[in-house]
Design a protein around this ligand. Structure first.
Ligand code: LLP
Length: 408
């Protein structure tokens, strides 16, 4: 096979030439296709898709989702600021996280966000104090830790009793009752997020069942339920894995939560919406061989894209120009001074030349978002493609950006 890789209507090589490499390229059509697919599955009236900004907080990416009617899920004051800058209405923003500071709470309260997903008794007290001081009522959900096992990487599982997230059912009941005694706390319902990159329906079903069980107890205690937030976590296919069918997931949730027809159902996908839209373009710098391996050294590294180094994650890599010919097992590595700095290992790739462009696929989620300046490397630029148009949505950092915040 020969030919050139395109992102929507634009040749990948042309993008690399125009904007330089390493370069994150996002396809608007791919983001919207994912949103449509997910929404199609969640036909329960009033369901809101709250995009988890942590996956890719770029303002242009957020803007595409906001314009299409999505809400936002944030986990820091910074993400809240970015959500607001991208134009999300505060009434469509929920705020999760085990360590919200008083300052972050105050920002959310002043803006009047839809809900704080509270993760501990001490956090609830702190939120109450801040709300009282500002004379703003805090809408809250309690984050339930359902002690459900989801088969995924141990670093991204969150719904087990040994994880730091949420509270167990008995504590959720106690905190909900306690919240009723404060005029500054407005209890809405429950939140639950069991982990990320999940391919099976069963853990979501078990988590939903645990939430429903707790909701029944809350109702029996006289609390009104207006929000049910089932978090994110839907896995995407990086290496041909089978993805969960959003129709099945939506149906399961609708069935489980049918006793609460007036409650608003929220889901918080990050990866599902943004992984597929993103491609990291990188140029081949050098080639070399040892007696054991064939290496291609590219200009993107683990500081630009950490998932392979951090989780051993597999991402498809393809040449922007296919020449055909035999494929050879190749390690694609970056310039950083650690052997953990690789994008792909032992990958069958066509013969590559210096200057060739490689495309690392499924790089839109937890890609740029987790990038750093490690080895004092300026962060990559980001581009959004819509049809035949490409526009820079974050400029490449420069060497002066590297030293800008330092004091003599
Ligand atoms: N909601 C909450 C409360 C979360 O903690 C997360 C992700 C999400 C929603 C979105 O999850 P998603 O739909 O994207 O799976 N850096 C890791 C992923 C960490 C996920 C953390 N929490 C990775 O690159 O695989």
């Amino acid at each position: 096979m020969t030919g050139a890789l395109r992102i929507e209507g634009v040749a990948a090589e042309a993008l690399a030439r125009r904007f330089g490499t390493p370069l994150f390229v996002y396809s608007q059509a791919a983001i919207l296709a994912r949103l449509r697919r997910l929404r199609g599955g969640f036909s329960r009236p009033g369901t809101m898709v709250c995009y988890a900004l942590k996956a890719n907080p770029n303002r242009a990416v957020c803007g595409v989702l906001r314009q299409a009617g999505a809400g936002a899920e944030v986990v820091s004051g910074g993400e809240l600021a970015r959500a607001l800058a991208a134009g999300f209405a505060p009434g469509k923003v929920v705020f999760t996280g085990v360590g919200k500071t008083g300052e972050e709470m105050a920002l959310g309260l002043r803006q009047g966000i839809l809900s704080f997903n509270v993760e501990s008794g001490e956090e609830l007290e702190a939120l109450e104090r801040t709300a009282r001081r500002l004379r703003r009522r805090a809408r809250i959900c309690l984050r339930l830790n359902p002690d459900v096992r989801a088969r995924t990487h141990p670093h991204v599982t969150t719904g087990r009793a040994e994880n730091k997230f949420g509270v167990e059912e008995s504590e959720a009941l106690a905190l909900a009752k306690k919240s009723r005694r404060s005029r500054w706390l407005d209890f809405q319902g429950l939140h639950c997020h069991i982990g990320s990159q999940i391919y099976e329906l069963a853990p979501f079903q078990r988590a939903a069942a645990a939430v429903a069980r707790a909701l029944r107890k809350l109702e029996a205690a006289g609390l009104r339920i207006s929000l049910i937030d089932m978090g994110g976590g839907i896995g995407v296919s990086y290496a041909g894995e089978k993805e969960i069918d959003p129709d099945e997931l939506g149906k399961t949730m609708s069935r489980t939560f049918s006793p609460w027809p007036a409650a608003r159902l929220l889901v918080e996908p990050g990866r599902y919406l943004s992984a597929d839209c993103g491609t990291l373009l990188t140029a081949v710098l050098y080639r070399k061989r040892t007696s054991k391996r064939r290496f291609v050294i590219v200009d993107a590294a683990m500081n630009d894209f950490a998932r392979p180094a951090l989780y051993g994650a597999f991402h498809p890599i393809l040449p922007a120009r296919f020449r055909g010919g035999p494929c050879r097992r190749t390690d694609v590595v970056g310039p950083i001074c650690e052997s953990g700095d690789f994008l792909a290992r032992q990958r069958p790739l066509q013969r590559l030349e210096q200057g060739d462009i490689l495309a690392l696929r499924m790089a839109g989620a937890y890609g740029f978002a987790m990038s750093s300046q490690y080895n004092s490397r300026p962060r990559a630029a980001e581009v959004l493609v819509e049809g035949r148009k490409a526009r820079l949505v974050r400029r490449r950092e420069t060497l002066s950006d590297i030293v800008r915040l330092e004091m003599p």
